[in-house]
Design a protein around this ligand. Structure first.
Ligand code: GLU
Length: 385
């Protein structure tokens, strides 16, 4: 039943599911409530299995168009924005009414590109998602279409969903669409089109197959899905494109069944990030640690705590990649610091329990979490850490 590469899917705990406009709305902008309810039931099942879920839902412009009585897809940006403003409320109201009887809380999260691009906003958004997930809430995400002008737009929810998956470090990304998966030719137009069950690499041929648009008011067709697949695969996040027309499709995907198209992640997620930390990032500061902390990092695979820090060099923001230096002056690790240099200077050498009293806040217990730390050995980074 399950193919070997899909064995990772049942273990996926944090899952981002994206639902396209074509699934939710017909051409006149009428929402398909039955389908919406089916998808909500499918999500509720995964939620009951204790998975953490984020839903990226399109359909705001479509739904708004229907409610405004527009017969044609709005062409100008202000018209689209107005339709989105009307439709987003309708969408949220419906999701609320479907999730609520299942005892599931939902939250609206509207993002623009700057929320991912600007480090401070990126970290804020990440904190918000983490907190919502901790409360077992399902965040429902869309682009903030109402204020998003060209320069700050994602433009399509496929890209948005892939970036959200990276932002929250998801274990799996699923695109639900009105097709069974990714085809060799658009099955709406060409009967010879065949479903591709697995894609391990986005080749120029795959990109060529993906040409064309989805529907009148959905922004993305397969083209944007393939671009999004590149982002996810590169970040080590598996992606499945499946059909949202069938009940229980999510449960089946998460069971590792061979439905839809599975995009094989290029590297193990953790290792991909660790490699980025070790080789792909630019080091913005140096954190000196005492012998106890150095040993805890290298020999025991622990996180770096404030107590073991003796000195901080350079000025950096929270989220910066820093070098960890042992008492002998040697770089032993690199990692993402949860605190700015300014904050570290105040909390170095102090216990974790003191952080809140000193800073007035404590976002994290660890200064560098183990998952965000790569030990550097004599000849480079080791993945066995
Ligand atoms: N954000 C748009 C909406 O909710 C959809 C974008 C897309 O279809 O990719 O209407």
């Amino acid at each position: 039943m399950s193919t070997s590469r899909r064995e990772i899917l049942p273990r996926a705990r944090r899952v981002v599911v994206k639902i396209g406009t074509r699934l939710l709305c017909n051409k006149k902008g009428h929402l398909n409530l039955k389908r919406m309810e089916n998808i909500v039931n499918d999500l509720a099942y995964l939620w009951q299995e204790d998975r953490e879920l984020v839903l990226v839902s399109s359909g705001a412009i479509g739904a708004g168009m229907g409610r405004l009585g527009l017969t044609e897809v709005p062409q100008t940006l202000p018209e689209k924005q107005a339709a989105a403003a009307v439709g987003q409320g309708i969408l949220m109201h419906l999701y609320e009414s479907f999730f609520s009887p299942q005892g599931i809380l939902v939250a609206q999260v509207l993002l623009t590109r700057d929320d991912i691009k600007i480090r401070e906003r990126y970290l804020n958004a990440r904190h918000t998602f983490q907190t919502l997930l901790r409360h077992r809430v399902i965040p429902i995400v869309n682009e903030n279409d109402t204020i998003a002008v060209e320069e700050i737009r994602f433009g399509d929810n496929d890209t948005l969903a892939a970036l959200v998956a990276c932002l929250i470090n998801a274990d799996l990304l699923v695109f639900l669409t009105d097709l069974e998966g990714f085809y060799t030719a658009d099955p709406h137009k060409d009967e010879s089109g065949e479903l591709i069950p697995e894609i391990a690499e986005i080749t120029p041929e795959i990109e060529n197959l993906a040409g064309g648009k989805g529907s009148a008011f959905a922004t993305g067709g397969m083209e944007t899905k393939i671009q999004a697949a590149k982002i996810a695969m590169g970040a080590g996040i598996p992606l499945v494109i499946g059909s949202g027309m069938h009940a229980r499709v999510l449960a089946r995907i998460l069971a590792g069944e061979e439905v839809g198209t599975f995009f094989v992640p290029r590297a193990d997620r953790l290792q991909a990030r660790k490699r980025w930390i070790a080789f792909g990032s630019s080091v913005q500061g140096r954190v000196h640690v005492d012998l106890g902390a150095a040993n805890a990092l290298i020999k025991k695979g622990k996180s770096l705590l404030s107590r073991g820090i003796t000195k901080v060099e350079a000025s950096f923001e929270a989220g910066a990649v820093v070098s960890v230096i042992n008492p002998g002056g040697k770089e032993i690790a690199r990692g993402i610091s949860n605190y700015s240099s300014e904050a570290l200077n105040l909390i170095k050498g102090r216990g974790t329990w003191e952080i809140k009293a000193i800073l007035g806040y404590k976002d994290y217990d660890e200064v560098i979490h183990r998952d965000n730390l790569t030990v550097i050995t004599g000849c480079g980074a080791t993945s066995k850490n």
